[in-house]
Design a protein around this ligand. Structure first.
Ligand code: GDP
Length: 140
């Protein structure tokens, strides 16, 4: 296994309910280190570009509206196998299908307002980290 970095986003449904610390504890207890973190309000253009791969999906406009409905916490997580590990800690996209103990099982409100984003592959992780962070902001 290799040490990897992955992009994480704590979504507006979770920042609204003041869950940043509880979610961060899941990452840290799960063996990941938060090596960068900033709370921002995304613009519509940023959210549309970030989720551009979903542009043709029926839920795209709702997803963008949701992602700009309040602040998000952008993070880079580091650890062994961090991309897959983070997706385990997050749980399935739809909280109804998420395993016990996962962030989405415990905190998600719906398939859309599902509390966290995590990169799904090394290529997307690199792109997503570079979209939001400068190299100088990453301190491992
Ligand atoms: P993820 O990698 O587990 O976040 O899932 P996807 O890449 O498939 O979807 C991106 C995000 O779009 C999800 O995290 C949800 O916030 C949202 N989403 C996915 N599927 C649906 C859906 O069927 N309806 C709605 N409203 N939102 C969805």
């Amino acid at each position: 296994m290799a040490v990897e970095r992955t992009l994480s986003i704590i979504k507006p449904d979770a920042t609204r309910r003041n869950l940043t610390g509880k979610i961060n504890a899941k990452f840290e207890d799960g063996g990941l280190r938060i090596v960068a973190q900033k709370r921002v309000q995304l613009s519509q253009a940023q959210a549309e570009q970030f989720y551009g791969v979903h542009r043709e999906r029926p839920f795209f406009n709702d997803l963008v509206s949701f992602m700009i409905s309040g602040p998000v916490v952008l993070q880079v997580l580091e650890g062994e196998n961090a991309i897959a590990r983070n997706r385990e800690i997050m749980g399935a996209t739809n909280p109804a299908n998420a395993a016990e103990g996962t962030i989405r099982k415990e905190f998600a409100e719906s398939i859309e307002a599902n509390s966290v984003h995590g990169s799904d592959a090394p290529e997307t992780a690199a792109q997503e980290i570079a979209f939001f962070f400068a190299g100088i902001e990453l301190v491992g």
